[in-house]
Design a protein around this ligand. Structure first.
Ligand code: ADP
Ligand code: MG
Length: 272
């Protein structure tokens, strides 16, 4: 198991890096409880990995962190999500403000295929009603594509359709797109599981760079990936139809080398 590369210096940016804290999150679909009082602090400027078997509620938890859970009509929720101490579910907090602070990248790369690479990066500005001059937009496209690790590959064809890129490039375009609205937290739901090892490596390097300016939460089934990129880790489990809980969380290195719970030891060592 490679050692986690968590040895980074973090420069706090005003209004930038934020801590995300979930407090006693309980979630239901209809009358079925799928998460039971899950609490987790995701430190500012760190990468937190969420691991655990399929169906234990990791994606649901991630969607709760940026208020996408409420898009499902049968979904219900109790608990709090605090962004630097402010409850994102507080009626005073506008939904758009919560969502623009907390970006999301999904398992399957989903750029707008017919839109150009440039338009894809700028798409979030339209959605959030953010005004920018042409020069500002050019700068933003360049800086987001640099941060997404894609600039060198696409700088000569920014008007080509996003759908023409390879899978790994499309995922990096999605990362660049999510960065354009300057989120304080970036949620990534198995961002590499549809990608080949080379693209995966490039995205991991991109994540490690990005952690200097955005708090990252990543769901992954790849234990080596969790060990390589994350500072802290949370192990989710839902046994025999019970709702998902966090069995153990903490420093990634400690959890992988010296797990405190037998079930964590079994999982990180591939025994179930
Ligand atoms: P994971 O990401 O860990 O695989 P999910 O959060 O996707 O787990 O799912 C947790 C549980 O919630 C599963 O039992 C799943 O079937 C259920 N679930 C997820 N989404 C929905 C939904 N939209 N409607 C009803 N049940 C759902
Ligand atoms: Mg999932």
């Amino acid at each position: 198991m490679p050692a986690p590369s968590a040895d980074r210096t973090v420069a706090p940016a005003p209004g930038g890096l934020a801590e995300l804290e979930a407090r006693d999150i309980t979630a239901w679909f209809g009358d079925r409880m799928v998460l039971d009082r899950v609490s987790l602090t995701m430190p500012a400027g760190g990468i937190t990995a969420l691991i655990g078997p399929s169906g234990c509620g990791k994606s649901t938890f991630l969607r709760i962190l940026n208020r996408m859970h409420e898009l499902v009509p049968s979904a219900q929720l109790a608990g709090q999500v605090l962004l630097d101490g402010t409850d994102i579910y507080d009626p005073q907090m506008r939904l758009m403000d919560a969502r623009r602070s907390i970006g999301m990248v999904f398992q399957k790369p989903n750029p707008f295929p017919a839109m150009s690479i440039r338009e894809n990066v700028l798409a979030g500005l339209k959605l959030t009603g953010t005004k920018a001059s042409k020069a500002d937009k050019d700068d933003l496209v360049e800086s987001c594509l640099i941060k997404g690790g894609l600039w060198n590959e696409v700088k000569d064809r920014l008007d080509a359709p996003g759908g023409g890129l390879s899978g790994g490039q499309q995922q990096r375009l999605c990362i660049a797109r999510s960065l354009a609205i300057k989120p304080r937290v970036l949620l990534m739901d198995e961002p590499c599981s549809a990608l080949d090892p080379t693209s995966t490596r490039v995205i991991e390097e991109t994540m490690l760079e990005l952690a200097n300016e955005v708090t990252i939460v990543i769901v992954t089934h790849n234990m080596q990936q969790a060990a390589r990129v994350s500072d802290t880790c949370a192990f989710f489990l839902a046994s025999q139809g019970t709702p998902g809980v966090i069995v153990e969380h903490g420093d990634t290195n400690a959890m992988f080398t010296n797990p405190q719970d037998e079930r964590t030891a079994d999982y990180v060592n591939g025994r179930f």
